[in-house]
Design a binder for this molecule. Structure first.
Ligand SMILES: Cc1cc2nc3c(=O)[nH]c(=O)nc-3n(C[C@H](O)[C@H](O)[C@H](O)COP(=O)(O)OP(=O)(O)OC[C@H]3O[C@@H](n4cnc5c(N)ncnc54)[C@H](O)[C@@H]3O)c2cc1C
Length: 489
């Protein structure tokens, strides 16, 4: 089944402990820091739930035959990847590529894990059964999972078990007959406050002695002992939709997750105290590729938005035909086209494994991850360059238009041909919310770090590229000659 937006919102009223501005939130769906994001996600649910969109957005569940969201699809062909991407792109367009951890993100990870239960079975068959059952449950009930898979920054020079307190990093505190008890903290649960389940695991390398942290579990956000410590809410700080059109609608929020002796029944444990499987779940299953293929489909939408904004601003300012400005627009467009192309190439260069599962092309996926932390901040700067002081020379808020004298001045001096004052200001406030506001700044940090610290991603890229093919060319170039000149072959 697919859920409606209302069903999604109803599910969030479960007694969850979300903390912001010195207090726990009563109702996440009406709190000003979260309600905008909740409504945006509800809109995404409604879109997929609309029978008119069923063909593009859903597929029949192999278990029930009912239509389920395509983000859960386990791809078995290039065509499956393409059809999944079309649905994911549509979903991303609804939130302008600005919600990185909507329900469709972790759905890809779950599909990747469920596609390769053999990896989880190495820890015991029950763990393989658990991951498949949980994936099917989430898929068939259209649930929203977020994840926290990085230990908090406390002391990066020491492994988990050598921290001052062995339960600083989230991990197993107690094993019981019916399940396990977890304690500690994990960063950085984007969307956790507005999701149904948290997947808690670890993607950073663990060392022998860190077995307590070597887990993968699912926890309902409303579980007793789970606390979500949100950062500052940009939606709440936004003075109006007109002034902060992106922050007010798409701030998915990020949070520190604290586990105060949280009980997890065995059926929600997928990896248990196993360093090898905790590592292998990211590389020996297509989870990381499917999750990041979605992330890049979303990123591609965001780059198109950025390119569109740059073009509109140049047109409005009358600079679009200046050759240097056209060159600048071309530079932004090149990056947008490159990412779109690399996402599509992941379909063409997919590999079908021995289980019949299609893995998106690795080199292309990691190329985007590697490059984006570098070029996204540069693109923001390019757009800021195009805007000049226009994004600053703006009325303090929408309320300024209600003052007749101020309104008359704004209409006279803050306008462009074809763009009456309210339209000019509207566009520039939109641009500022993507390139300059606190929301924009968080997005820059997000695009730099969501796939991991850039130095780690670059290292991983070096393992994904076909260096054999590359070095064979070097051998070819070196063949057939020496200091004496050409050699007979
Ligand atoms: C906006 C945002 C949203 C996020 N959402 C999520 C989420 O939903 N779920 C989730 O699990 N995580 C999330 N993350 C966390 C993200 O996965 C981590 O930020 C990322 O893995 C990097 O880890 P870190 O922040 O602890 O940085 P660190 O690992 O502490 O690294 C920070 C910097 O220190 C330097 N450094 C550290 N170690 C080394 C080293 N060994 N060698 C050389 N240099 C080093 C590098 O300059 C590096 O960039 C999010 C992060 C951001 C910014």
């Amino acid at each position: 089944m697919t859920r409606s937006g209302k069903e999604y919102m109803d599910g969030l009223r479960d007694g969850r402990r979300v903390f912001i501005n010195g207090e726990f939130v009563d109702d996440i769906t009406s709190h000003p820091a979260f309600r905008g994001a909740v409504r945006s996600i509800a809109g995404v649910y409604d879109h997929a739930d609309d029978p008119a969109n069923a063909e593009v957005m859903t597929y029949p569940s192999p278990a029930t035959g009912e239509r389920v969201n395509k983000s859960f699809l386990i791809p078995r062909s290039e065509e499956d990847l393409r059809s999944r991407r079309v649905a994911l792109r549509k979903q991303a367009e609804m939130t302008l590529g600005l919600m990185g951890r909507g329900p469709e993100h972790v759905a890809g990870f779950l599909a990747g894990w469920a596609a390769r239960p053999d990896v989880f079975a190495e820890g015991g068959q029950r763990y393989a059964d658990n991951i498949v059952r949980f994936y099917e449950y989430v898929r068939d009930n259209d649930l929203y999972c977020s994840y926290a898979i990085v230990p908090p920054q406390i002391d990066r020079s020491k492994p988990a078990h050598q921290q001052a307190d062995p339960h600083l990093y989230a991990g197993v505190k107690e094993e019981r007959e019916d399940g396990i008890v977890l304690a500690g903290a994990q960063m950085l649960g984007t969307g956790a406050a507005i999701s149904d389940y948290l997947i808690l695991s670890c993607i950073v390398p663990l060392r022998p002695g860190d077995e307590d942290q070597a887990v993968n579990v699912a926890i309902p956000i409303g579980a007793e002992g789970l606390k979500v410590y949100s950062r500052r809410g940009y939606a709440e700080a936004a003075s109006s939709l007109y002034d902060y059109p992106l922050a007010s609608r798409f701030d998915e929020t990020d949070a520190l997750i604290v586990l105060d002796d949280v009980f997890v029944p065995w059926e929600h444990v997928f990896v248990y105290r196993d360093l090898d499987i905790t590592r292998d779940q990211w590389s020996r299953t297509p989870a990381h590729l499917l999750g990041n293929n979605q992330a890049q489909t979303r990123f591609s939408v965001k780059l198109d938005l950025l390119a569109g904004m740059a073009k509109r601003v140049a047109e409005m300012n009358g600079s679009a035909s200046f050759p240097p400005v056209r060159g600048t627009l071309g530079e932004i467009a090149a990056h947008a086209a490159m990412v779109g192309g690399l996402v599509a190439a992941q379909e063409q260069n997919c590999e079908i494994d021995e289980h019949g599962v299609a893995w998106p092309g690795k080199a292309e996926a990691y190329a985007v991850m590697t490059l984006q932390s570098d070029f996204y901040p540069k693109l923001l700067n390019i757009v800021r360059d195009l805007c000049g002081g226009g994004v600053i020379q703006l009325p303090s808020s929408a309320a300024d238009y209600a003052h007749p004298e101020a309104r008359a001045d704004l209409e006279r001096y803050v306008q462009s041909p074809g763009f009456p004052s309210e339209e000019r200001v509207k566009l520039l406030k939109l641009v500022w919310d993507l390139v300059g506001s606190e929301f924009a700044s968080r997005h820059q940090q997000y695009e730099m770090f969501y796939a991991g610290a850039p130095f780690l991603v670059r290292t991983r890229m070096s393992e994904m590229y076909d260096f054999d093919r590359a070095t064979a060319l070097v051998d070819r170039a070196l063949a057939g000659y020496g200091v004496e000149g050409p050699q007979a072959s």
